[in-house]
Design a protein around this ligand. Sequence first.
Ligand SMILES: [Zn+2]
Length: 231
Amino acid sequence: MRADVAGALAAAAWFGPAAAPVVPAVAAAFRVPRRLPGPGVAITFDDGPHPQGTPAVLEILADANARATFFLVGEQVERAPALAAEIASAGHEVGVHGYRHTLLLRRSPRALHEDFARACDVIAAATGTAPRVYRPPYGVFSGPALLLVRRLGWRPLLWSRWGKDWVARTTPPAIAARATRDLGRGDVVLLHDADHYSSVDSWRRTAAALPDILAAASATGEPLVSVSQSR
Ligand SMILES: [Zn+2]
């Protein structure tokens, strides 16, 4: 069963975010959380930092006095360490999204360890904070990767809502509607503040959708929390 899921993923996942529709099945097979264990709604951003997308998102979050979690990519943090520092100093949580943004499935345990350790070092050096949460590129785990994440003491987390903001043919209203459908206690919303690994300028649509997403989250009556605030 697990091998079947992994096999299907291996075939599908090379097309990048197109693999995402099978993520819930894989999350269940590996028992990776998709929701918060307690109250609250978590807004999360993957793939940054980005020289334009991250500041745009940070400004909107600040205007709404909202806290979020950013799953950073080590190679992007190296290109923009000051932006990573800005995320943390604004009170947001920083998590690990890998050093390189590639699938984990065909990487050896040793290569995984090197990638994770390098990402952790780069993020900690830039932000002054040791990350404690992890989300894999494309939401796709491998067995060895999940073991390693847990051995490092990180919390693995996927998501329960998404805006599909990485695709080229979408609009801010469509992103906001998808991200907030039936939004409620424990939901984790996946967004992207960067277009490094998705369609060009996708962060602009995400930023345009964000005020409506934050308003919908606020309307649930649940607090907006970072991932580690919910236990
Ligand atoms: Zn990603």
